[in-house]
Design a protein around this ligand. Structure first.
Ligand code: ATP
Length: 306
C-alpha cells in the first residue's frame, strides 16, 4: 500500500509544481500585460527620427473572439501634442495604450507612427521611442538612484539628479534618510503611489523618448503632491507626442485635446470648456470626479485633525 501511495503522492507533487509553473507564466504575462506571440516582420525597419504623429485608423480589436472591445476607432494625435483619454472603467483607455505599444495587434485597421504601421517597425525601436509611465510602476528593491537610472547604465549621478528635478522628485528624495541611496523596499513599498510615479517620470526623462504614454495614478494625493505630479507631467509631455490616460482634472484641462471613451468608442472629443458646454458624458464624468475629490480631501482633513 505504501509503495503505491508514495509514487502517487510524488506525482501529485510534480503535478502541482507544473501547474504552479503554468500559473506563474500567466501571472508573468499578465504583469507584462502582453502575450508572447508578436514577432518582428522579416523586413521590419527601425522607426526613423522625425514625425511621431500617432494614428489609429479604423482599429478593431478584442482580447478574445467573443467580445470586440474597439469597433472601428479612428484617432490622430499630431506630432508634439498631448491628448488626454477619459472614460469610465472598462471603456478601453488602457487598450488604446497597449495597442500603441504593440502589446497586441489589432484584428482590423492599423496603428501607425509618422505614417509607418507598427507592424513594419522593429519592436526594439518602438520600445526605445515610447516612454511609459504606468499607474503602478514596478520598482526594484534597490536604491532610488538605481531605480531612476535603470535602463541607462551610462547615466551618472548628475544626470539622475537632473531627471529627478525635472520630475519634481528631487525634493522628496532629499528628505529621505539616505537621499538617492535610500532603498525603496520590495516593489517600492516604502514610497507612496505619487512618489513611485515621479520616479517613473524621472526614468522617462532620462530615457528622453519622443513619445510618452502615461497612465495616471487614481490614488488620492494631497494638494502638494498633486501639484508636483502635475508639474512633472507637464514637463515630460512638453515637446513630445503624449497619450495620457487621465484621472486628474488638472491634466485634462491642460491637454490639447480630450478624448472621451465609452464602451470602446470615442463618444466626444474636444477641449475642456467645449466638452463641459456640451453637457454630455464628459460633463457627467467631470462632476462625478469633482465630488469624489471633495469627499477625499474632506476625509483627509478629518483624518489629519480627528
Ligand atoms: P480602467 O479605467 O478600469 O483601467 P480602461 O478604460 O482602461 O479601464 P481597458 O483596460 O482598456 O479599460 O479594458 C477594456 C475592456 O477590455 C474591459 O471590458 C476589460 O474587461 C477588457 N479587458 C482588458 N484587458 C483584458 C484582457 N487582458 N483580457 C480580456 N479582456 C480584457
Amino acid at each position: 500500500l505504501i509503495q503505491v501511495f508514495l509514487p502517487l503522492n510524488t506525482l501529485g507533487f510534480v503535478f502541482r509544481e507544473t501547474r504552479d509553473a503554468l500559473l506563474n507564466t500567466e501571472v508573468l504575462f499578465a504583469l507584462l500585460g502582453r502575450e508572447p506571440e508578436i514577432v518582428d516582420a522579416p523586413d521590419a525597419q527601425p522607426l526613423p527620427a522625425g514625425d511621431t504623429t500617432l494614428r489609429f485608423d479604423d482599429v478593431r480589436f478584442g482580447y478574445d473572439r467573443q467580445r470586440q472591445i474597439l469597433k472601428g476607432l479612428t484617432l490622430e494625435i499630431p506630432h508634439g501634442q498631448t491628448f488626454a483619454v477619459v472614460g469610465s472603467s472598462g471603456s478601453g483607455k488602457s487598450t488604446l495604450a497597449r495597442l500603441l505599444m504593440r502589446m497586441y495587434d489589432p484584428d482590423g485597421g492599423e496603428v501607425s507612427i509618422g505614417g509607418r504601421p507598427l507592424t513594419s517597425l522593429t519592436q526594439q525601436s518602438l520600445r526605445q521611442a515610447i516612454g511609459v509611465v504606468p499607474q503602478d510602476p514596478v520598482l526594484f528593491n534597490d536604491t532610488i538612484a538605481y531605480n531612476i537610472g535603470y535602463g541607462r547604465p551610462e547615466a551618472d549621478h548628475a544626470a539622475i539628479v537632473a531627471a529627478a528635478r525635472a520630475a519634481q522628485a528631487d525634493e522628496f528624495i532629499s528628505l529621505l534618510p539616505d537621499g538617492y541611496e535610500t532603498r525603496v523596499g520590495e516593489r517600492g513599498a516604502r514610497l507612496s503611489g505619487g512618489e513611485k510615479q515621479r520616479i517613473a517620470i524621472a526614468r522617462a526623462f532620462l530615457k528622453n523618448p519622443p513619445i510618452v504614454v502615461l497612465d495616471e495614478a487614481t490614488s488620492a494625493l494631497d494638494t502638494k503632491a498633486e501639484r508636483a505630479i502635475q508639474g512633472a507631467l507637464d514637463e515630460v509631455a512638453r515637446d513630445r507626442t503624449s497619450l495620457i490616460i487621465a484621472h486628474r482634472l488638472s491634466t485634462v484641462v491642460d491637454a490639447d485635446q480630450i478624448i472621451v471613451m465609452d464602451r470602446g468608442e470615442i463618444v466626444e472629443r474636444g477641449r475642456h470648456e467645449e466638452l463641459l458646454e456640451r453637457r454630455g458624458l464628459y460633463a457627467q464624468l467631470w462632476e462625478l470626479q469633482r465630488q469624489q475629490q471633495q469627499t477625499e480631501s474632506l476625509e483627509r482633513r478629518i483624518a489629519q485633525h480627528p
